[in-house]
Write a protein that binds this ligand. Structure first.
Ligand SMILES: C[S@@+](CC[C@H](N)C(=O)[O-])C[C@H]1O[C@@H](n2cnc3c(N)ncnc32)[C@H](O)[C@@H]1O
Length: 240
């Protein structure tokens, strides 16, 4: 079967295969309010490791595939310049409404993005497709906070995703990445399960890579997916 919600297909052998979710598929999730991934509190891995990510004051922090993450407001309140990137206009408008932040919208003069900017300019969110984003759109960044973003990409998209992130970072930039470890024969994702080998193939060479921690984080949501273990891995990367 095919389902635009679950985005999986059972092949002729009875195996579950993943389909790539398009931007429109994600937008449909926003329209239907299917937002299991959204957290109303600042994400704990950010609180735990922000001292590594944001070593200095006034960093420019990129939040790819930001949804309506409250982490953006948290980082801006700490005087960092936050730049989010998100396809869904619903997500962006909800973010500003829920955080009670006034904003303006304009078209990017030369790239296919709308630019949503908080009235104090502390938070800018580019609305458009990550695969059209590059340093000509919004410059380069000192840090990346990647939660629910890399892991929203199918394996076939991960190389291209990593190329975009790499291209918009200054040398020495710090990158905090959340990945997940679970039995993907039981649940197809998203989020994707990511192996050690994949982490190494995608990031070694371009970054100094340090696995900060792996911990169990099984929640009722994951159990409802048929899982009995759901581990979070926090990876800290420094661009060479
Ligand atoms: C799993 S959600 C995570 C959102 C956010 N990072 C969080 O932690 O709550 C992934 C988000 O990426 C957005 N998205 C997916 N593919 C995208 C793309 N190619 N370009 C821009 N946004 C995309 C979706 O609309 C969705 O809001």
């Amino acid at each position: 079967f095919f389902s635009s919600n679950i985005m999986t297909k059972v092949n002729a052998y009875g195996d579950v295969e993943n389909l790539v979710m398009t931007c429109e598929d994600w937008n449909l999730r926003w329209k239907k309010n299917q937002l299991d991934f959204h957290f109303s509190e600042v994400y704990d891995s950010l609180l735990k490791h922000e001292h590594l990510l944001l070593e200095k004051a006034n960093c420019s922090v990129f939040v790819p595939l930001c949804g309506k993450s409250v982490d953006m407001k948290y980082l801006a309140d700490k005087s960092h310049r936050v730049v989010g990137l998100e396809f869904s206009e619903i997500a962006i408008q909800d973010f500003f409404a829920e955080q009670n932040i006034k904003f303006t919208v304009e078209k990017h003069p030369s790239h296919p993005f709308n630019i949503y900017r908080s009235s104090d300019s502390a938070i800018t969110i580019y609305q458009g497709d990550l695969f059209q984003f590059n340093s000509n759109v919004a410059g380069k960044f000192d840090a990346v906070w990647d939660r629910g973003s890399f892991c929203a990409m199918q394996p076939s998209q991960q190389n291209a995703y990593c190329d975009v992130i790499y291209q918009v970072l200054n040398p020495g930039s710090r990158y905090l990445l959340n990945t997940f470890i679970y039995d993907q024969t039981k649940y197809p994702g998203p989020p994707q399960h990511t192996t050690d080998k994949e982490i190494s193939e995608l990031f070694n060479g371009r970054y100094d890579v340090k696995i900060l921690e792996v911990y169990e984080n099984l929640k009722p949501l994951h159990m409802s997916w048929g899982l009995d273990s759901f581990q979070v891995r926090n990876v800290f990367l420094v661009k060479k």
